[in-house]
Design a protein around this ligand. Structure first.
Ligand code: SF4
Length: 320
């Protein structure tokens, strides 16, 4: 493992059994690395497998195939008991702050719980300094500690979720669409909070989102997923301003644009049709059923991920 990387994911697969011998190929041969102190954004339409990929990496799910190495330790096949001491290193911020916080617990209890579970403090009363410090850090006050999650706005709840994840000072945080459920006015505040924390502590983020333009703002690198596979991977600015894969171009075309003239230009590159079923993914390039550039070879041969120059990788026969 390269010392610069805190996370290395190789050929990761996660299949689910959907019954009647039907297999959902949710994540199918995905490889990437995450450098210390950096952010990798994973984007794609809903159903592309990005959240399943993140949840498999954090071992909420068992792994079907491939490898996950966290800070030099192979965690691919570890039992939940073996994983417990390593959980401190990798935490998760969820999309829905309403669903992810226990309504019957005070904020103090919510933030104290992981501290006690990992033996950082023996009892709740010893956690106060850490809890107050963390609340301050995420823009809440110590008065908030005794309130229940339902007493907060969506943005405040997400701040509590972030405090719970960061209080363990993890090396890696999986951010699973952490701002999608928030008002636009709150989104930038939460993003800035995460960025400030990263600058100070050197934390690495795997940031899941469907909006490529927003991901560009938080990410050093961007990976684009389609139907369980990575189709493009490169520096964030490169992928955003010089997308190579027809799917990435289409995704950029589907981002709402304020300028009507620009919006009309972008519409032309939007993707048509629905994402096919991951139970029976198309043969060859999985995007060929929707790709305006598809040729005969695309429906027969799976394109490999190749470096198109300067570390910008793409899986498309147009770049063979
Ligand atoms: Fe389109 Fe073919 Fe490239 Fe797939 S391999 S994205 S179908 S041109």
């Amino acid at each position: 493992m390269n010392d610069r990387n805190v996370l290395e994911v190789s050929h990761l697969k996660k299949y689910f059994n959907a019954g009647r011998r039907q297999i959902v190929h949710a994540v199918d041969d995905v490889s990437f690395t995450l450098e210390r102190g950096k952010t990798l954004g994973l984007v794609g339409e809903s159903g592309c497998g990005k959240s399943t990929c993140a949840r498999t990496v954090i071992r909420m799910y068992d792994v079907t195939g491939g490898n996950i190495v966290l800070d030099g330790t192979d965690i691919t096949n570890m039992s939940q008991k073996e994983l417990k001491p390593l959980r401190r290193k990798m935490q998760m911020i969820f999309q829905d702050p309403y669903a992810s916080l226990n309504a019957r617990m005070t904020v103090r209890d919510i933030i104290a719980e992981p501290l006690i579970a990992h033996g950082i403090v023996a009892r709740k009363s010893e956690a106060n300094d850490l809890i107050y410090g963390m609340l301050d850090r995420v823009g809440l006050t110590r008065e908030h500690a005794n309130r229940y999650a339902h007493e907060f706005s969506g943005g405040q709840r997400q701040r509590v979720g972030i405090a719970r994840a960061l209080v363990l000072q993890p090396d890696v945080v999986i951010c699973d669409e952490p701002i999608s459920a928030l008002d636009v006015s709150i989104q930038a505040q939460v993003i800035n909070l995460l960025k400030d924390y990263q600058e100070e502590k050197g934390t690495s983020y795997l940031f899941i989102a469907h909006d490529l333009s927003m991901v560009r703002y938080v990410s050093d690198e961007i990976g684009v997923m389609y139907l369980g596979q990575l189709v493009e991977l490169g520096e964030a600015e490169e992928v955003h301003f010089h997308p190579l894969h027809p799917y990435t171009k289409g995704l950029l075309g589907s981002v709402p644009v304020a300028n009507p003239k620009l919006a009309r230009q972008k519409e032309k590159s939007s993707i048509e049709g629905d994402i096919p079923s991951p139970i029976h993914p198309p043969e060859g390039c999985r995007f060929h059923t929707r790709c305006p550039y598809a040729t005969d070879v695309c429906s027969r041969v799976t394109p490999e991920m190749k470096d198109a120059g300067g570390g910008h990788k793409v899986a498309c026969h147009l770049f063979d």
